[in-house]
Design a protein around this ligand. Structure first.
Ligand SMILES: *Cc1c(COP(=O)(O)O)cnc(C)c1O
Length: 423
């Protein structure tokens, strides 16, 4: 039996309707921006395996750090114990995060980092004896698939089976160009009419919505409104963190600072699942008390796994190299040139670039559904041509590993350009 046949017998894949979906591709090897399947067909991973892998597949530097940690201390519980990799990682991260971030809480994935932030926002007010239960989020937000993260997410087919079972979330429009004032007004209105505890947002780029982008000035204004009303702000940088927007964090474009930040995806260079939520000292202090009931009763078995910490430390040092910083600039330049080349194509209705993120929207007669026919045709075309891209409805985006070579990147552009001819 092939790997695919054995897979079909026992495995249940994410976001997959197994009755209608194409069979998965069995990948056997990865190196740099390339992956190979069991028939030795080569693919360019132009979405960094769901945005997790900036430094290349099977990266030897990270692998060596993991091996060294695994053979020194692979894991120890973090309740009542600590270890150097977690301490150094916290020190290093806090040194590069906005300088109001003072405390680091570990978990396992993007959704749990959001879950922790939302629980802290709600319990912050509980601990202070104030009744605030509403979370504010953007339309079409994506914050993950666990319950509070799902409640904050606004992409309906991810959440429709669970309507009526969520914590209270009120949505405001994204302040895309020309819509800023609607967003500001909506935020004022929502805060006036609800007991709002927190506002969660994907800073500058909404990834899962199709790389929807908006300006830092608009986000600054929203953060200001929240601060004036004592509403806690949560920057979900799970996708945008570690260089994707051209700066280390999307929040580096802001003058305001969020109260909390969520990090995961590229944190360990795409090697080991790990996530971090960071907090201001004001937040930590609201839980610091003689009363045990004011503590944060949240934790996961593998919290602060030393091997994950070692992978994150190795990843951070790669991000800081001159070579990697030059890659960010090189890819951004490539994207801007490609945007110029395609933006006037009759099939392209919009295109945008921020950092290493490129997106274009393809003209459609009807509104394209997230996993609709157009999307599937595009996806299949890219796969046939050896490029891994997962369009969102009619939106094709590129978010490559930073180590992608110029010729690989040009190949991705060519395939995207030829896709415009088949639609
Ligand atoms: C992917 C993502 C999440 C969820 O992360 P998981 O690791 O898949 O649970 C949350 N927020 C944003 C912005 C994301 O892109």
């Amino acid at each position: 039996m092939t790997l695919i046949e054995r897979d079909s017998q026992h495995l249940w894949h994410p976001y997959t309707q197994h009755k209608t979906a194409a069979l998965p591709i069995a990948i056997t090897k990865g190196e740099g921006a390339l992956l190979w399947d069991e028939n030795n067909k080569q693919y360019i991973d132009a979405i960094a395996s769901w945005w997790v892998n900036p430094y290349g597949h099977s990266n030897k530097f990270i692998a060596d750090a993991i091996y060294k940690q695994l053979t020194t201390l692979e894991h120890v519980l973090f309740g009542g114990f600590t270890h150097e990799p977690a301490i150094i990682l916290a020190e290093k991260l806090l040194a590069i995060l906005p300088n109001n971030q003072k405390k680091v809480f570990f978990s396992d994935n993007g959704s749990t980092s959001v879950e922790v932030a939302i629980k802290v926002a709600l319990q912050y007010f509980y601990n202070k004896g104030e009744k605030r239960k509403t979370i504010i989020a953007f339309e079409n937000a994506f914050h993950g698939d666990t319950f509070a993260a799902m409640a904050a997410s606004g992409i309906s087919f991810y959440t429709q089976a669970f309507q009526g079972m969520f914590i209270d979330v009120v949505r405001i429009p994204v302040p895309v160009n020309g819509q800023e004032q609607f967003s500001f007004d909506a935020l004022h209105e929502v805060i006036k009419n609800n007991d709002c505890a927190g506002f969660i947002f994907e800073p500058l780029v909404q990834g899962a919505a199709g790389m929807v982008m908006y300006q830092p000035e608009a986000l600054d204004k929203l953060l200001q409104i929240c601060q004036e009303n004592n509403v806690l702000t949560i920057a979900d940088e799970v996708m945008t963190g570690f260089g994707k927007t051209g700066k280390t964090f999307a929040c580096d474009y802001l003058t305001q600072k969020p109260d909390m930040m969520c990090l995961s995806k590229a944190l360990t260079g795409g090697t080991i699942p790990m996530a971090i939520t960071t907090f201001t000292s004001a937040l930590f202090d609201a839980f610091y008390d003689e009363d045990i009931n004011k503590a944060l009763f949240h934790g996961h078995t593998f919290t602060a796994n030393p091997t994950g910490c070692a992978a994150a430390l190795a990843s951070l040092s790669l991000l800081e190299t001159v070579e990697m910083q030059q890659n960010l600039i090189r890819i951004n330049k490539g994207h801007l040139d490609f945007k110029k080349r395609v933006e006037n194509h009759p099939m392209v209705t919009a295109s945008r670039v921020l950092g290493v993120i490129f997106a274009l929207e393809i003209k459609t007669e009807t509104s394209a559904s997230y996993y609709g026919t157009l999307r599937n045709r595009l996806y299949d075309f890219f796969i046939e041509n050896g490029v891994i891209l997962r369009p969102v409805g009619n939106i094709v985006y590129i978010l490559p590993p930073y180590v992608i070579t110029d010729s690989q990147l040009q190949r991705v552009y060519e395939v995207v350009e030829s896709a415009l001819e088949i639609v």
